[in-house]
Ligand binder design. Sequence first.
Ligand code: GLC
Length: 752
Amino acid sequence: MASGKRTGYRVEENSVYLVFEDGAACVKVIQSDMIQVFVAPENGGQTSQAVETDRSVPTAFTVKDEDGVLAVCTADLTVKVYDGFYVDFYRKDGVLLCADYRGKRQPVSVLGKKAQELLKAEGHDVPKGLGQDHAVQVLKAADGDEKFYGLGDKTGFLNKDGYEFENWNTDNPQTQTEAFKALYKSVPFLITLKERGVYGLFFDNTYKSCFNLRKENEAYYFYGADGGELNYYFIGGENMADVIKNYTALTGRTPLPQLWTLGYHQSRWGYESAEEIREVAETFRRLAIPCDTIHFDIDYMDGFRVFTWDEKFYGAPGELIGELRRDGYKAVTIIDPGVKLDEGYFVYDEGIANDYFAKTPEGEVYDNWVWPGAAVFPDFGKPAVRRWWSGKQEILTSMGVAGVWNDMNEPASFHGELPADIVFSDEDKPLPHAAMHNIYGHQMAKATYNGLKDATGKRPFVITRACYAGTQKYSTVWTGDNQSLWTHLQMAVPQLINLGLSGFAFAGTDVGGFGADCTPELLCRWVQVGAFSPLFRNHCCEGCIHQEPWSFNEKTLQINRKFIELRYRLLPYLYDLFRGCEETGLPILRPLVLHYENDPETWNLNSEFLVGEYLLAAPVLEQGATKKMVYLPDGVWYDFSNAAKYQGGRYYVVDAPLDVCPMFVKAGGMIPTWDVQQYVGENPDPALKLLVFPGEGRYVHYRDNGEDFAYRDGAYNLYSFVKEAGKEVRMEMLHEGYPRYQKIEYVYMGSE
Ligand code: GLC
């Protein structure tokens, strides 16, 4: 850390280098509303997995040194650096948005030594050194009205104020509660909203780190990491949407996926044979429940050896997948990082021969235990290992596999966590596990993405469980091993929304719940959340009761079908949102606060969300409930199904029997839909049905081949629809590079 009096500074391009009595630091202008602050620039700057290339753009700024305070001033922000390396950020109107806290940490409640001993003796988890400083630490002063959002997949509610979280990718099989500090993902990006304004902070440090959000003391919040250097970005913007745009310009945006990936996915750990999978696939078609994708969990492998196929139970490689393809299905196979320690197994042998596996500090290949028993861990930090792993994807794609699911890549290990000093790589330099851990999944997903891209030329579909900030460029995510519990359905909404605010627009939960046994009612309500979740996959643990849509009774089946069909009708709308996301970083599922940040009612809304800007869904998340209290923000809203009119800015109690998920469309909203298909592409040229709600508005609809990268060379259409009050919709082509719809139908909802 830098500290003491500032003794000098120099300006070089976008960077202001600062020298303190103790250490050096840098304030770098990334763009006029985004500033990077980091220490020890003499180490050659920072390498980052999240920000892969220098994102700074030439920006005009001034530097003034007055009364010992150095002020760096852009068109949008002023950064003031004080002695002691205190840094404050002001908006252009002079408002102080974010200030370093000048005091020392002062936990409001401290555990006495005696109490600590006693707790320890009783075997309790004793909080480590309350108030004890981290190797890297920043305290920010709190105004007192902060709301905190983002932070990836953390448990609990939408607003993280008053909580503490850790970033250490963790596979903890216990039932997740809001007391969990860490889950599978590390996304150290925080959005702070308060009366004075909104801003983001991104702490780019891969060591174990923590966010304490006014839990230790209401006067400040802090970020601390166990190692590495201080390196963070202050991310400004006019509003929350701008902050997200800026953050994703820095760390990357969720790319436009293949269209089929937005369909319904069915999965289960424990489909033990080709026969079982065939039956699942046939049942969807027989019952006319749309489905695009069948997932193959670890059962398909030969002894859990990655990149192998169990011919005894699953038949000849490629045969079953070929059959599924002919029936309109895509196959997604799971791949874990742990490679079975097994001489004669080609993946193990190749890795050993080329020195591809992580080692102990003494230079021995390190092994631990995962599904296949003793296993070794590819060192994805080495470019050669990533290339090797990328190449391996072809084994899968040549069998017809369409997407790859990366699991257990925290990395999870059954015989205790990997020791901190296990040696991985940061490109050509050694990197201890302590620094690699949180980016292990990121590097694996990146290698998988590149391999799929090379092998198929299509937009890769990768799902990963562990990730770091920036992984959204390569992979979609799911939230790991939830359980079939109402509390977990309730948690799904804030979890998916915060992932979206943190750059991960393409995310889903295991619909129906992974562990424990689902119930008919829970499945009906979960599918109502799933229908709007960017990734819509029903998945379940081996040994739990079946939860495919038909597993319970006729009513449950019908409700599942109804919402899966709704999903297929909404595909063009969802796809438009993904296209928008690639351009702006704005997520698909959005908390109301994203568009109505000045409305206090939206700050803590945990059980409803927006899908894009126009569609609002308020699913029932409680057992037995058949009414839902819905908050509609400012404006006029229409019921999605019957166009009944609602004045916003207040709460309504609406009917929500088991087969209803209350949905509303904002006045002027237009929602593009297609007729239901059993899978994407069943009808290669669907008619566009635009649902037009009363009011004035404009909507731009995007269409391309849904598969490859031709759209980046202009092979797409943009349709603009304009609706003036009381008039018919006018359509205009904004871009034409793809065959036009044969038919466009306007469905006027409600009377006007
Ligand atoms: C992990 C995954 C889960 C998967 C299981 C077996 O628990 O999170 O989704 O089914 O491993 O591969």
